[in-house]
Design a binder for this molecule. Structure first.
Ligand code: UDP
Ligand code: MN
Length: 260
């Protein structure tokens, strides 16, 4: 087999809504590549049917838990244990190369050029830019790499209890070795950047191709006025109103009507 695919992950129905909006945004970007979603038993049957209407592949996988409760507690994000499930993306060996996208990302412009990059390419993390953010990355499916990652996870764990800490330890030469594996920030613009560096956001924001709604800035958690059909983002998030509105426009026009 071969070919390229965009891959995401959902362990429950709320993240599945994110995955559905993401898939529609990829289609609107006129991508030439296939769409795949990894789901766990927590995703309902009816939601899988909906995912199947947009994604070419809906693949069930098991939850891998980091079993690192203390670290997870430190992070105050106990739910991140499930992000170890991301490792299953390496098992999609029917594809030659893939780009993984978190379900809380939204594609604003065609990004098919990402498939010209090699494993392991990712953009810097806003909190510690010598680490990459694991919400968007280019990789090559391989059962061998999957086995090595799981082995590594069991032996070394993850310094933040989630997949990002693990992947940064595994691909530990990313910061220094090969600049071509550093994706520009416009491929993974973390939503908090809009207020942590507002002048840069004002200068370069229109170039953004993929926006990533990290931590508690999830689009589905924003206030949405059903009368005016306008999202009303809280606090500093109002800088991102137009992209949040894009997310909600897709949700209202293409997803919500088919949910019942
Ligand atoms: N995820 C999921 N269910 C969860 C938590 C996470 O399916 O309960 C998946 C989903 O694809 C999500 C990714 O794992 O986008 C990473 O988690 P999240 O985006 O919440 O982390 P953040 O980007 O905020 O660090
Ligand atoms: Mn995310």
């Amino acid at each position: 087999m071969g070919g390229f695919a965009w891959v995401t992950l959902a362990t429950n129905d709320s993240y599945s809504l994110g995955a559905l909006v993401l898939a529609h945004s990829l289609k609107q970007s006129a991508t030439n590549h296939q769409l795949a979603v990894l789901v766990t038993p927590g995703v309902t049957k009816s939601m899988r049917v909906k995912l199947g209407s947009v994604f070419d592949v809906v693949q069930e996988v098991n939850i891998l838990d980091s079993k690192d409760e203390s670290n997870l507690r430190l992070l105050k994000r106990p739910e991140l244990g499930v992000t170890f499930t991301k490792l299953h993306c390496w098992r999609l060996t029917q594809f030659e190369k893939c780009v993984f996208l978190d379900a809380d990302t939204l594609v604003l412009k065609n990004c098919d050029e990402l498939f010209e990059r090699d494993e392991f390419s990712a953009a810097p993390d806003v909190g510690w830019p010598d680490c990459f953010n694991s919400g968007v990355f280019v990789y090559r499916p391989s059962v061998e790499t999957y086995d090595k990652l799981v082995q590594f996870a069991l032996e070394k764990g993850s310094f933040d209890g989630g997949d990002q800490g693990l992947l940064n330890l595994y691909f530990n030469d990313w910061a220094h070795k090969d600049i071509s594996k550093h994706l520009p920030f416009i491929y993974n613009m973390c939503s908090t950047a809009c207020y942590s560096y507002l002048p840069a956001f004002k200068q370069y924001g229109s170039n953004v191709k993929i926006v990533h709604f990290i931590s508690s800035t999830k689009p589905w958690l924003q206030y949405f006025d059903t009368e005016s059909r306008q999202v009303q983002p809280a606090g500093d998030m109002h800088h991102l109103k137009s992209v949040l509105q894009c997310w909600w426009d897709i949700f209202c026009s293409l997803i919500h009507p088919n949910l019942t």
